[in-house]
Design a binder for this molecule. Structure first.
Ligand code: GAR
Length: 191
């Protein structure tokens, strides 16, 4: 089988990027071509340096006010584009160019707690405030609307009464580490 190429997008810490990189470290089937970030001081860049991954920073101009990133993606021809904690909305020119080739992980059970402003701790704080009894992750395709693409996989975790928003975040992160690389592998194996 030809080696599949993936491109990761991340905006912050990048613990999912690191987990995905470790999962595919010895894989002959999957390679990470590069990691793209919209934050020049994001911790994910440090992680990429340590892990030997190509990291590239881009700004709004390159992303949504010109075709720079679109052109770059088209020339790299990734089999899958993976949003691993990426917080900007993907421009329609990119979602149109890569139908069913962009996947996102969301730290809640969509359609609950999705949409603009619903990311990271904002999600877990809202889940805690609403006294939810469970939360989880949603891995879904990306289309032109925030968090609305077809769902590929969801996994749940129980929330205990005493769990803080940080406890919830850590349970959700664990689900992300357990499921995201496997789902990526599964999608690639069917291509
Ligand atoms: C993850 O929990 C991911 O689900 C979330 O950001 C976190 C990034 O963590 N993504 C969103 O909220 C997207 N709306 P990480 O940088 O440690 O991988």
């Amino acid at each position: 089988m030809k080696t599949k190429q993936i491109i990761l997008f991340a905006s912050g810490s990048g613990s999912n990027v690191e987990n995905i990189a470790n999962y595919f470290k010895f894989s002959k089937d999957v390679t990470i071509s590069c990691v793209l970030t919209n934050k020049s001081d994001a911790k994910v860049i440090e992680r990429c340096n340590r892990l030997g991954l190509n990291a590239l920073f881009f700004n709004r101009q390159a992303f949504s006010k010109s075709d720079f990133i679109l052109n770059m993606l088209q020339s790299l021809k990734p089999d899958l584009i993976v949003l691993a904690g990426f917080l900007w909305k993907i421009p329609e020119a990119i979602t149109d160019a890569f139908p069913n080739k962009i996947v996102n992980i969301h730290p809640a059970l969509l359609p609950k707690y999705g949409g603009k402003g619903m990311y990271g701790m904002n999600v877990h704080n809202a889940v805690k405030e609403n006294k939810e009894l469970e939360t989880g992750i949603t891995i879904h395709y990306v289309n032109a609307n925030y968090d609305e693409g077809a769902i590929i996989h969801q996994a749940k975790t129980i929330i205990e009464r005493n769990d803080t928003a940080e406890d919830i975040a850590s349970k959700v992160h664990q689900l992300e580490y357990d499921f995201f690389p496997k789902i990526i592998e599964d999608l690639l194996s069917k291509m």
